[in-house]
Design a protein around this ligand. Structure first.
Ligand code: PLP
Length: 736
């Protein structure tokens, strides 16, 4: 079956425009296409488009955290009237309009050249969260941002991905830290007039497009479209008046509400997502579940096949053959599992159980999620995904090893090495994460071809960059970060959201000349944000050194239900206010993609201290690397394959991996003996030559090995194309 080639962008079809565009003041005709540009998130990784919006009004642009829709709404018409007469602005605008028009075709893309016979055969990509841009708050962290980077890269490469997710009306959450350091969370509501989402008309004039029965009630689902370059993202929403009041909020909040809510969300995502694609006339040839949250998508497809006449066994075989499953969790407790009784009720219960349309009974239905170690009472989403996917992968080399161990109970007769689970190491989207000034530097010094592809030889040339210019560019980015930190604090202070005593902790005393370490991630306890504070004396000695000071910027959210995580955050926060550290330890509130950009581009070192082997991959260190910011980490996740000795620092695993004390000791020894001396070792022109060399290697390795381009090419070659072509991998379903 052929799917619509590239479901066209909202502005090219008769489909309704994004809601936000209805409240847009008229623009001068000469530049009226700015609304189209703002309607497709492709602008966010086109650096010329970013420059164009910034030129409209830089101060407003920054205050809005780069939301072009609100920019167009708020900047006065006189300014646009002027810009419509500015030749430089108009020339840039015209180039962007041409680019936007060219984006409609996939003709010259990598995928079309590499797999011409597969053009137009859609690949469905399901994920519970997508981090595409800060202005669309439907993500919480790493998994979502990775999924967003995947979509952007699929768009760049012409991989015909069609994404399915959830429209969380109340987002994840906004973070504010009280004066006592306790995290308060408030809804981060989607503003429908500020986000480029388009409602898809329902059937017969209704709002909903599809209906899914769960817990004995029909839940009607409305579908919205978000355009990410060439890739459409279909977002499910249950907040409709025609739904039972208890069902309306089912899809409103990301990762909240406990297992009962999670189970329903996952059911609606999986089953509703498949039905939505059908209703839209899209027939994917391969199906990718990014993490086990989307496992029910495979179950719905088994049902479809049985309803179309296949036996259950045939249906499973057929669904398996074109399903891809990526697991992201190296710890057993991190895998979703639900009580089988709840799963049966969720699937319709005795009266309407979905198994009846699958040719099996209720027992066999829950056996799809049987995991020997979870026991008969539980439905294990990872086990179910593995049973129904022929191609399964982990997200880093080391995570592959850990995952094969974890999966041993599913293939009890096999040694771990021959468990059929591969790995595709995560990567990050270069054009999203590399700062414009760094890209301009590469343009100037390497020529415009550097960005085309991941040819290792091109990235070797990074070592030839001019030291002075690279360092100068880095210092500019560091100043930008510090200015933004101060501006955010000033605004929070002025709006009475921050008390005077909190200003120091917010980073207002940071020194742009001091060695600055960035530590920003979710405050899960295994990430050990408080590890540095286990040796307060050594920390104080480092930060208060008058000639070679060190400072640390922390950021990150704790999951609202994670009390231990919130305690770690509170603990870290208290140190930021402690005068003995002289204002050199900061905590910046509300970590999200916007702040992540500033941090990975503007600090000197990126630090990560997960308890080994609990980090599946991690990606923020790759983003830092692309900007020439070296990584300093325990040897876990991607760093196990990324550390080459000259591109950062690695803390060897402590003998007992729980031995935080050994890690703290190594951490300080490295800082005192390697990191600080190298940073402050300046030549006669005040350049830290050895440090700059480390920066170049950080950039080289990130560019060669850790871009999303490398990652998506691997998925396309090793997973999508073989799934579509039905190649002859031996079929190895789990035996347990
Ligand atoms: C990249 C990113 C992450 C993932 O970072 P880790 O290295 O996995 O901790 C999380 N949150 C945001 C906002 C990001 O941009």
């Amino acid at each position: 079956m052929t799917a619509p080639l590239l479901p066209s962008s909202p502005h090219t079809t008769a489909s309704p425009t994004p809601l936000a565009m209805n409240v847009m003041p008229p623009l001068p005709p000469r530049i009226a296409g700015l609304t189209q540009l703002a309607s497709n998130l492709a602008w966010s990784w086109n650096r010329e488009a970013r420059v164009l919006f910034r030129e409209v009004d830089e101060a407003v642009w920054n205050r809005l955290r780069h939301n072009p829709i609100v920019l167009l709404q708020q900047v006065p018409p006189e300014r646009f009237a002027y810009l419509a007469t500015d030749p430089a602005f108009c020339a840039r605008y015209d180039r962007l309009m041409n680019w936007l028009a060219a984006e409609k075709s996939d003709e010259h893309t990598w995928y079309a050249r590499t797999f011409p016979e597969l053009r137009g055969q859609a690949v469905a990509y399901f994920c519970a969260e997508f981090g595409i841009h800060n202005s669309v708050p439907i993500y919480s962290g790493g998994l979502g941002v990775l999924a967003g980077d995947h979509l952007k890269t699929a768009s760049d490469l012409g991989v015909p991905v069609v994404a399915v997710g959830i429209l969380y009306r109340h987002g994840y959450f906004d973070q504010r830290i009280r004066t006592d350091g306790w995290q308060e969370d408030s809804d981060d509501n989607i503003s429908f007039d500020q986000v480029p989402i388009t409602p898809i008309p329902g059937i017969n004039g209704t709002r909903h497009l599809v209906t899914v029965n769960t817990f004995g009630r029909d839940v009607h689902i409305r579908v919205w479209r978000l355009q990410v370059g060439r890739v459409p993202v279909y977002l499910l929403d249950s907040d409709l008046p025609e739904n039972h009041p208890d069902d309306r909020p089912l899809l409103s909040k990301l990762y909240s509400g406990g297992p009962a809510m999670r189970l329903r969300q996952e059911w609606l995502l999986g089953v509703g997502g498949v039905r939505a694609l059908r209703a839209l006339g899209i027939a994917p040839a391969a199906w990718h579940a990014n993490e086990g949250h989307a496992a029910f998508m495979m179950i719905e497809r088994v049902r479809e096949k049985v309803m179309a006449g296949a036996s259950y066994a045939e249906a499973v075989k057929s669904v398996r053959s074109c399903s891809v499953f990526t697991t992201h969790t190296p710890v057993p407790a991190g895998h979703d599992q639900f009580a089988v009784g709840d799963v049966q009720a969720c699937a319709g219960g005795a009266a309407q159980g979905m198994w009846k349309e699958m040719g099996i009974d209720a027992e066999a239905f829950v056996r799809i999620g049987y995991h020997p170690e979870a026991g008969a009472g539980m439905f294990h989403m990872t086990a179910a995904s593995i049973r129904l996917s022929r191609r399964v992968n982990a997200v880093a080399r080391r995570h592959g090893i850990v995952t094969r161990e974890l999966c041993k109970p599913l293939w009890p007769n096999r040694p771990a090495e021959s468990i059929p689970v591969g790995h595709v190491t995560n990567g990050v989207h270069l054009a999203t994460w590399m700062a414009n000034p760094i890209m301009q530097l590469l343009d100037r010094q390497l020529g415009p071809q550097w960005g085309h592809g991941n040819d290792p030889a091109l990235w070797e040339q990074v070592l030839q960059l001019d030291d002075d210019q690279l360092w100068g560019t880095h210092l500019r980015l560091k100043h930008t970060l510090m200015r933004m930190v101060r501006e955010e604090a000033r605004r929070a202070f002025a709006n009475r959201k921050m008390e005077t005593v909190q200003l120091v902790g917010a980073g207002t005393l940071l020194d742009p000349h001091a060695l600055t370490i960035g530590f920003a991630r979710r405050f899960a306890t295994y990430k050990r944000a408080d590890l540095m504070f286990r040796d307060v004396e050594r920390l104080r000695a480092l930060v208060t050194n008058t000639s070679r000071p060190v400072q640390v910027i922390f950021a990150g959210k704790a999951h609202p239900a994670d009390t231990p995580g919130k305690q770690v955050l509170q603990n870290v926060y208290q140190f930021t206010r402690d005068p003995q550290f002289e204002g050199r330890i900061a905590f910046v509130e509300d970590y999200g993609m916007h702040l992540a950009h500033l941090l990975v581009q503007g600090v000197d070192v990126w630090m990560n201290l997960p308890r080994v082997p609990m980090e599946a991959s991690g990606t923020s260190g790759m983003k830092a690397g692309l900007n020439g910011v070296p990584h300093f980490s325990t040897i876990d996740g991607w760093w196990e394959e990324g550390y080459e000795g000259n591109n950062g620092w690695a803390i060897p695993a402590a003998v007992d991996s729980d031995d935080a004390k050994g890690t703290v000791d190594q951490l300080y020894t490295l800082l005192e003996q390697e990191v600080v001396p190298r940073f402050y070792d300046r030549d006669s022109s005040d350049l830290p030559r050895r440090w700059i060399l480390t920066m170049k290697h950080a950039m080289r390795v990130a560019g060669q090995q850790f871009t999303a381009r490398r990652m998506v090419e691997q998925y396309a070659r090793g997973y999508y194309a073989p799934s579509i072509l039905g190649d002859v991998l031996p079929d190895d379903p789990p035996t347990a």
